[in-house]
Design a protein around this ligand. Structure first.
Ligand code: G1P
Length: 314
């Protein structure tokens, strides 16, 4: 019998093994919290945001994760590394629950790190992954977008890639007033429910020129051909090398499909949405939820906003 290799379609991820997680952003929206702490390390309940993303990649069967980081990102490397001293201390105390929590981050996948150097844009960050990824299809997961662990978006995207080849992006319908915050896709229906053909892409268009209300959300399964395109992609919107522009060019010669997501997604890159995410996920936790929910219900019922001072008055 021929031995199975990770490159055969019988692999659970259909030949996709590697995930790339760009994490070199400056986190300016969360200053001063992000002055010395990477924004990816901000806690969502009790785990850093980036751990949810790595857990999602791992749950979809991707066992090799490359973080594309920048300066001041040592904390990310440390978080996914073993912490022998801490682990020994917890073991000695018999605190097995916390020991497990500490260990699990370093056991999710084989985690690699590369530095982007100049932060020239998302497209450039993905191009930095070229030598690590090689000539294989790969996934890209953006850290600001958290997809609820009960959803199967990435698995569905890997399955679409396995059946049709080409590249696959995740799309979500948004209110037209919000489309200027996202990459936007021009689409045509396909034979399959929930899957569309992508015929064009534009990064953060105004509502007036947007070809649709299909927003690109931060999950991609890309054919390695994208690297050749990225090599020659000129800076676009904001003077940055945009991944959206490279996928737009790819769509001219190669198949690009969109999986339309209708599930739970949390945007932790936005302050208000970050707070909503923390509250929502805390409410749903079996350990914290019951007590937190009853406190929250009482809190909301008793407060009144003092609009003058912008403070809460009980
Ligand atoms: C990036 C992409 C954009 C995409 C968005 C999803 O933008 O460039 O196409 O819609 O992520 O979160 P950013 O939010 O990093 O500016």
């Amino acid at each position: 019998m021929t031995p199975m290799t990770p490159h055969t379609t019988s692999h659970p991820t259909h030949g996709v093994r590697k995930a790339v997680v760009p994490a070199a952003g400056l986190g300016t929206r969360f200053l001063p919290a992000t002055k010395a702490t990477p924004k990816e390390m901000l806690p969502v309940v009790d785990k850093p945001a980036i751990q949810y993303v790595v857990e999602e990649a791992s749950a979809a069967g991707l066992d090799d994760v490359l973080m594309v980081t920048g300066r001041h990102k040592r904390a990310i490397e440390d978080h996914f590394d073993q912490a022998s001293e801490l682990e020994r201390a917890l073991e000695a105390k018999g605190d097995l629950a916390r020991l497990h929590a500490v260990r699990s981050a370093s056991q999710l996948a084989r985690i690699h790190h590369i530095r982007q150097g100049d932060p020239l844009g998302l497209g450039h960050a993905v191009l930095c992954a070229r030598s690590h990824v090689g000539n294989e299809p790969f996934a890209v997961l953006l850290g600001d977008d958290l997809i609820d662990e009960r959803e199967t978006l990435l698995k569905v995207m890997l399955d679409v890639r396995a059946r049709y080849g080409g590249s696959v992006i995740a799309l979500m319908e948004v209110d037209p007033s919000q489309i200027h915050l996202y990459g936007c896709a021009a689409v045509k229906p396909s034979d399959e429910t929930g899957v569309v053909h992508v015929t064009g892409l534009v990064e953060k268009p105004s509502r007036e020129v947007a070809p649709s209300n299909y927003a690109v959300i931060g999950r991609y399964v890309l054919d390695p051909k994208v690297f050749e395109v990225l090599e020659r992609t000129e800076p676009g919107r904001g003077g940055e090398i945009q991944l959206t522009d490279a996928i737009e060019e790819l769509a001219l010669t190669d198949e690009v499909r969109g999986v339309v997501f209708t599930g739970r997604r949390y945007d932790t890159g936005d302050k208000a949405e970050y707070l909503r995410t923390v509250v929502r996920l805390a409410c749903e936790r079996s350990d914290l939820g019951p007590e937190f929910r009853s406190w929250l219900t009482e809190f909301v019922a008793t407060f009144d906003i003092d609009l003058e001072g912008g403070r809460l008055a009980a």
